[in-house]
Design a protein around this ligand. Structure first.
Ligand code: ADP
Length: 313
């Protein structure tokens, strides 16, 4: 589909450039040719006069002005050559530019496709599990109330998982559209609300930015949740807030070099975190929130030593 669109776009670029080039050539040819005609006319009159004055030279006088005819021929060849060169250059350049124009659209579509297939995959697992459990229960003639309750409990767990995925998906769209209401807020208050009653080392200083309190609380909560989730219970998690920066530091499992460039991608989870809860969407939502605030989010990490996430406004 993109190959066809690229070719179509190239043809359009070419059509525009060649129409312009042909029009310019026609104007140039018309201008120079009328000048040549004038010269030709003057030359003919001179030659006729020469024949009248010296009749014995008549057989040596050419019928047409050869130099002018030659100049006209050369002009046509030159214009033809220029147009052919433009056609070749514009064809190549147009094809390249069409590729450049379509590339971001193609990348975006590829991302959307991957996203839809990842989301479907995540939904399929709990749906399959619910279906299997219900089918097995319905076939079981001796199913008693306690078994049925157990089954309902397990179904409920799967439904809660799907609900949380649906919420995540809605969140993703919410921040991507960047329709956040912004006002002057204190990052210290954001961090206090995000940390809540959790036991962490808090170094909070008031620092003001323009932002959306709820969205930023969600962003910091994600970073704090991850720091706790990926650290042993006895290791401290530190949250620093000052000078328009929020840092969340842990001494947990850390992130491998291979995973590091991907952790903000949608649905990305390192092999080590497969067993834990989560869809690999938290950080990608956190990044969308940071981007919607014109802030940057970065990470430093060493496997086995811990990670440090920084959001700078
Ligand atoms: P999840 O819901 O799986 O935690 P996230 O988008 O929040 O998804 O994180 C993506 C992945 O990045 C996690 O699965 C984990 O592998 C890695 N990660 C994020 N934060 C940390 C951290 N503080 N320490 C180690 N790994 C982390």
């Amino acid at each position: 589909m993109f190959k066809e669109a690229r070719l179509n776009l190239t043809v359009w670029y070419l059509a525009i450039i060649m129409t312009l080039s042909a029009s310019f050539s026609a104007v140039i040819y018309y201008g120079i040719n009328s000048e040549l005609r004038r010269i030709e006319h003057v030359q003919k009159i001179r030659l006729q006069r020469l024949v009248v004055t010296f009749p014995h030279l008549a057989e040596f006088v050419p019928q047409e002005v050869e130099a002018v005819a030659e100049a006209r021929h050369k002009l046509l060849v030159t214009l033809g050559f220029i147009n052919l060169s433009i056609l070749i250059l514009a064809g190549g350049g147009g094809y390249f530019l069409a590729g450049q124009t379509l590339d971001p659209i193609k990348r975006n579509m590829d991302e959307q496709k991957t996203f839809v297939s990842d989301a479907s995959h995540e939904l399929r697992t709990p749906i399959t599990s619910i279906r299997t459990e219900i089918e097995v229960s319905l076939r079981d003639k001796n199913l008693n109330l306690s078994d049925a309750k157990k089954q309902l409990k397990s179904t409920l767990e799967d439904i809660i998982k799907m609900q949380s995925l649906a919420n995540y998906l809605l969140e993703l769209n919410k921040y991507d559209n960047k329709k956040l209401e912004m006002k002057k807020i204190d990052l210290k208050k954001v961090a206090e609300e995000a940390v809540g009653k959790r036991k962490l080392v808090k170094n909070f200083k008031s620092t003001f930015v323009k932002g959306n309190h709820e969205a930023l609380v969600e962003m910091v909560s994600t970073l704090v949740d991850n720091a706790l989730k990926f650290s042993p219970k006895d290791k401290k998690v530190i949250v620093n807030v000052s000078k328009k920066k929020i840092k969340v530091i842990d001494k947990g499992i850390g992130i491998s070099r291979e995973d590091l460039p991907h952790i903000f991608d949608r649905f990305y989870r390192s092999d080590k975190s497969r067993g834990t809860e989560g869809y690999g969407l938290g950080l990608s939502i956190a990044k969308s929130i940071a981007v919607a605030h014109g802030a940057s989010i970065s990470v430093k990490s060493q496997p086995g030593r811990g990670s440090e996430f920084t959001v700078s406004f």
